[in-house]
Each structure stands twice: as C-alpha cells, then as structure tokens.
Design a protein around this ligand. Structure first.
Ligand code: PHE
Length: 446
C-alpha cells in the first residue's frame, strides 16, 4: 500500500500546495474584513504576533504528526498513541469531518466568486440578461455555481498528489500573486488610498488588549493556516523524510501572513477610495457599515464607478478570489479522500467522486436552508471544531508522544536542530502554551 502513496516531488511543490491551502478566502476576504471591523492596525499587530507565536507552533505539530505517520490523520495519530486508538480516531476523524463541513459552506461562497468572475465577461459581450442573472443572488445560480466549484475541486483531487494538488498549486499560486499586485498598484493610485493606508498601518495601541480583538485574531489565524482540520496532517504526510520541516512550515506561515497582509493593502485602501467616490462604507462613528457585504456591495460599487476599466478590475479581482478558494478547497477534499482511499482500499477516482458528491449534497441542503444553516455550519466548524481539534493535535504531539521520537522526526532533514532556538522552545509551546491559549480563547468565545 505504502509504495503507491503520493509525495510532493519538490520543496517548491509542497510550499505552493500548503500555502495554497492556507491562502484562501480567509486571507483575502476574512482578514481585511476583520481588520476593518476591529479597529484597523491594532488588529493587524495582534494578528501578526498570534500567527507566529501560537498558530505556527500548532501548525508545526500537525505537520510533524503527518510526516511521522506517512498516512491519513486517523492512522497518523494512532501511530503516535497506539494505546489510545479511540481517542486518535475521534480527533483524526473529527478533523476530517470538520474539513468536509468547511468545504460545504466554502464551496457556496466560492461559487459566488465564480459567478462574479463571469459577470463582467457577460457584460462585455453584451449578454445583459446573463450578466443580470449572474449578479443577482438566486437559488438556481447558487446551486449551479456551487456544483461547478465542487466539480473543479474533484477534477484536481482525482488526479492525486503530484499531478493534481502540486501541479495546480504551482500554477495557480503565482497567478494569484500577480493579480493581487496589479490590483494594489491600481488602487493605490486612486484618490483616498493614502487615508486607507494610514488606517491600516498606524495602530491604536489602546485596542491591543481588547479581548474581542484577541479572540477574533486567534480564530482568524487558525482558520487561515487551515489548522484543526487534519489538512496539514495529510499534507505533512506527503513530505519526504529528508526535508527540513521547521523551515518548510516557516515558509508557509510567512507566505500566508504576507498574503493576508498584502490583501489588506488592497481592500482597506479600496474601501477609502470607494468612500471618496461617494459609496457609503463607514457609519458616523467610524465603524464598518456592512461587514458581510464588503466584497459584494462595497467593491462592486467601486468597480462600477470606474466605468469600463472597472469591468476588467472586477474580473481580475473575482478571478483572484476564485483561485485562492480553489487551492484551499482541494486541501479540504484531500482530507476525507485520503482517509477513504487508505482505510477502505477504494480507488482514488471513485473515492473523490463519492465524497465530493456527498459534500455537494450537504452544500445544497445549506443553500436551500441558507438563513438557518449557513451561519450555523461556519460557527460549528471555525469556532468549535478547529480550535478543539487543533488543541488536541498539540496534546498528541506534546503529551502522548515520546519526546525523543518527536525529536527524531524533527531531526530528519534538519541537522543540528538540538542547538536551534526552535528546539529549545517549541516542545514547551505545544505542551503547555498552545493548548492553554487555545482553551482560553475557546472558552472566551463560548
Ligand atoms: N485557510 C483557508 C483560508 O484561509 C481555509 C481553510 C480552512 C482551508 C480549513 C483548509 C482547511 O481560506
């Protein structure tokens, strides 16, 4: 069985795939929105600290567990704690279900992005009725584009690790960066942009210890690094034994944080540019008027006010969102697919279609019961599932594993790790600080 297991063929391939999973709607939509509604630069400041000091160590725990296990999350956790097979199953399977449920709502939002990418094309080609249909939320439109997005995800995952995940991440991630920089260059030349930059970059330090801000920032960091979903365990399992995990994980974290930060350089100034053009964004006391509708009302209003070039910018922006979503959604589908393939011996193509199909059905149920289910599934997965499972992964690595075995796994590919700062503090982190901090934030959010 193990000889047919996929593996990333290069460091670059792994970095693009894991960064592709991490960089998604959470970075380009979630982070700027949270920043705008949590007092601007103070949130950015706290986020940066938490991302590096708490999320990165927790991320490393998942990568190490995966690389050691060379298997899906359930099997990998069982290898660490052979005397606790039920506990390992609960955490590993819980993560897999969490990934599948996240995909079920993520695909709906990504479907909106796809239809918004096509709308400017319909306008340019004079298909007015089609453009209106694409721009207007309807059951038919949402079902169609959710299904389409899940099918794209299935198409990539059915091809496996090297020819699917790695190949497409290597193409899509650089494209995403290119579009992002072009859009920033454009927005920063517009009137109002400097005011936006100031709000984004000059922190109000009195806000930094606001508990709501801390909770939002940690939640955002967890979502952004795809933690607590078993995704990073499975991606870790595809890393060769001679690679340096510590630096690979650090690259991925840096890219993830960098893209969130850069997306803020686009979205926050864009909000002020839109305001300078008469679009209402902030209320009189400076709070964000429409948190949920930033992407679908504020930005389209801005694009509209630009005339014809606005169509090009809108197309580029929503293509960027769709690409970011796709490299994340493939990682969510890989979690249950790898488990099914390895555990039940099913072939990858069948497993991918079967699980993709089930997730599509769940998405449809959410679309039909949008007002009651959409927010519920998001809260269930991102506020409960991810922190809890992420915390248990730290507990597995910190408490249930022999310290010298943990050390041996990190040592493979990292000569002299015993002398590094990482080694001196990281084991304490995953043993005490990460689980405690996560538990604190978790109970706070209850
Ligand atoms: N990290 C992704 C984003 O920021 C979302 C994600 C969550 C991906 C969980 C995989 C697993 O959009």
């Amino acid at each position: 069985m193990s000889s047919v297991r996929g593996e990333f063929s290069s460091r670059f391939g792994f970095i693009m795939a894991a960064a592709g999973s991490a960089v998604g709607l959470g970075n380009i939509w979630g982070f700027p929105t949270q920043t705008a509604s949590n007092g601007g630069a103070a949130f950015v400041f706290v986020y940066l600290i938490l991302a590096f000091c708490l999320a990165y160590p927790a991320f490393m725990a998942e990568l190490v567990i995966g690389r050691h296990g060379q298997a899906n999350a359930v099997t990998a956790l069982r290898k660490i704690a052979p005397t606790q097979p039920k506990f390992a199953f609960a955490v590993g399977f819980g993560g897999i279900i969490c990934a599948a449920l996240i995909l079920s709502f993520y695909a709906i939002v990504a479907g909106w992005m796809l239809s918004a990418t096509l709308a400017p094309i319909a306008t340019v080609t004079d298909l007015k009725a089609t453009a209106d249909w694409l721009n207007q939320q309807s059951l038919g439109r949402d079902l169609l584009f959710t299904a389409l997005f899940i099918m794209l995800t299935i198409a990539i995952i059915s091809k496996g690790v090297e020819n699917g995940i790695e190949k497409w991440s290597k193409r899509l991630m650089p494209a995403l960066l290119g579009i992002l920089f072009l859009l920033i260059a454009y927005v920063l030349t517009q009137e109002g942009a400097t005011q936006g930059l100031r709000a984004y970059l000059v922190p109000d330090f009195s806000q930094v210890f606001n508990p709501d801000l801390l909770v939002s920032a940690l939640g955002q960091a967890f979502f952004s690094l795809s933690l607590g979903t078993s995704v990073m365990i499975i991606y870790g399992s595809y890393i060769a034994k001679n690679e340096n995990l510590v630096s690979l994980g650090a690259y991925v974290t840096l890219i993830d944080v960098f893209i969130a930060f850069t997306a803020g350089l686009l979205i926050i100034p864009a909000m002020y540019v839109a305001q300078a053009q008469g679009v209402e964004i902030f209320s009189a006391n400076g709070t964000l008027l429409s948190e949920d509708t930033l992407v679908f009302q504020v930005l389209p209003a801005l694009f509209n006010s630009m005339g014809t070039i606005g169509l090009v910018v809108a197309f580029a922006f929503f293509a960027l969102m769709s690409i970011a979503a796709l490299t994340s959604s493939i990682s969510m589908l890989e979690a249950p697919v790898s488990y099914t393939v390895e555990n039940f011996g099913m072939n990858r193509l069948q497993a991918t279609w079967l699980i993709g199909g089930v997730i599509a059905v769940v998405s449809f149920v959410i679309v039909f019961n949008f007002s009651s289910l959409f927010g519920f599934v998001i809260a269930l997965t991102t506020q409960f599932g991810q922190p809890l499972i992420g915390m248990f992964c730290c507990i597995f690595a910190g408490w249930m594993w022999h310290r010298h075995k943990l050390l041996a796994e990190i040592q493979a590919g990292f000569e002299g790790v015993e002398h590094s700062l990482f080694w001196k503090i990281w084991p304490w982190y995953i043993k005490f600080i990460c689980p405690l901090a996560i538990a604190l934030v978790f109970f706070n959010s209850l």
